[in-house]
Design a protein around this ligand. Structure first.
Ligand code: ATP
Ligand code: MG
Length: 408
């Protein structure tokens, strides 16, 4: 059974038992946008106890019961579905979550949701959209609009600011002006949202093909300056990066490096506040540390370029440089184009040609009567560089060179 079939069956069972039951929220939005929903949420007039009674204690989980949500377990192929009783949220004192919930009807349940496109219901039996908030019209107009009073809705839950930007970015929508003003006014309170959640939202919007729009809206919504470390000078013109992002299709760490390039901000300075993973930080900061050198590849001796190109992050860096070139934001575009071409040519070499095994190892130095110590590494490095630059072409030549230099 597919998740969709399972979600239809759950609605059917609840409706047959006499409860008004509908699909709600994100799955309705996605279906109307022609996107396969990630998961189906069901909303019902049945109370959590009634839902549990109908499907059986063994087939349900009550983790979310206090706010009206019962998880109904499905066959493996279908997965679990959250069945939520129509509710209205009590006050919000922490700027993030409702203090309490009260069970109510479908209309009020629509009104507690964040954006009109997320506030619709769908009856999969009659195939009817139930829209109390004008969501269908906003989908037509490609608009993210807060349900009700935008200032109040953003004030209640600051996460909605990032959700709004994410939906606009990933669907190619704009943010309706009043909603945008509400975001701008409350942007400085984004710290009410946990770093994990901030990181997740930013990763989702910046790692998506809509990332250029995401950055533009984050800047316009004044959120971008808020998610950067406050002690780092903010006189950088981030809007210059929108065009670059448009040209770059890559993974999240590479896109992050592209945004940060040229500013004082590194990925490691964002690690805690965005809860970045170590490997994301390592990749982004490698790109930041080496992009300039790779941009000058044609001027580097092979012994300096080769160690960069054997890095696992080299080809991502070259993709970023290509986007920089394509977005027309580079002064010396000829040099960059030639450097990119050289890097690409070298990266296409097979492993043995790009990274030949060293002519000598530590063992060989011992055999030559050199005592192990700090000079080992420097001798081996010198031999390696001479090998890469074509000055030493065999192990024997390398040995002779060492013997000669000892005598000197
Ligand atoms: P996605 O699953 O892509 O993150 P979604 O809109 O489905 O998007 P969920 O977290 O799955 O997000 O939430 C399901 C529905 O619950 C939303 O469509 C919306 O109606 C409501 N909702 C979720 N988060 C909030 C929030 N912070 N404020 C108000 N309503 C919300
Ligand atoms: Mg969802």
């Amino acid at each position: 059974m597919t998740p969709r079939q399972w979600a239809v069956r759950i609605v059917n069972q609840l409706q047959k038992a006499g409860f008004q039951t509908l699909w709600a929220g994100g799955c309705v939005r996605d279906a109307l946008l022609g996107i396969e929903p990630k998961d189906y949420d069901v909303a019902t007039s049945a109370t959590p106890d009634e839902v549990q009674q109908l499907f059986g204690i063994k087939k349900t989980l009550a983790i979310g019961k206090s706010f009206g949500v019962i998880t109904v377990l499905g066959p493996k192929s279908a997965g679990h579905i959250e069945v939520a009783t129509f509710r209205r949220d009590g006050g919000y004192s922490d700027g993030r979550r409702p203090d309490s919930v009260e069970f109510t009807d479908a209309k009020e349940d629509a009104l507690r949701r964040d954006y009109t496109i997320n506030g619709m219901f769908f009856d999969p039996i009659t195939e009817e959209v139930i829209d109390y908030v004008g969501g269908q019209e906003d989908i037509q107009r490609k608009l993210i609009r807060a349900i009700g009073d935008a200032d109040q809705r953003i004030e209640e839950d600051k996460l909605r600011m990032l959700r709004g930007v994410r939906f606009a970015a990933t669907y190619g929508f704009e943010i309706e002006p009043k909603t945008m003003v509400a975001i701008q006014n409350k942007a400085c309170e984004i710290s009410a949202v946990s770093p994990e959640r901030i990181g997740t939202e930013l990763r989702r919007m910046l790692g998506h093909s809509g990332k250029a729009r995401a950055l533009r809206l984050l800047i316009e919504g004044r959120l971008w300056e808020q998610v950067l470390p406050s002690d780092i000078a903010s006189d950088f013109d981030w809007s210059d990066k929108v065009g670059l992002l448009q040209e770059l299709d890559s993974d999240f760490p590479t896109l992050l490096a592209a945004i940060l390039s040229g500013s004082m901000v590194t990925a490691s300075t964002l690690q805690d506040s965005w809860r970045l993973k170590n490997d994301e930080v390592v990749q982004a900061d490698w790109i930041l540390a080496n992009e300039e050198k790779l941009a000058q590849a044609i001027e580097l001796p092979w012994s300096q370029l080769q160690p960069l190109l054997v890095s696992p992050h080299a080809s991502k860096t070259v993709d970023f440089l290509q986007a920089k070139l394509d977005s027309g934001s580079v002064a010396d575009s000829k040099r960059l184009a030639n450097s990119i071409a050289l890097c690409r040519e070298k990266l296409a070499l097979d492993e043995a040609a790009l990274n030949p095994s060293p002519l000598l190892r530590g063992e060989d130095l011992k055999e030559l009567g050199i005592a192990p110590g700090p000079q080992f590494k420097s001798i081996l490095d010198t031999v390696r560089n001479k090998q890469l630059d074509g000055e030493l072409n065999s192990s024997e030549q390398a040995r002779n060179w060492i013997i000669d230099s000892k005598q000197r």
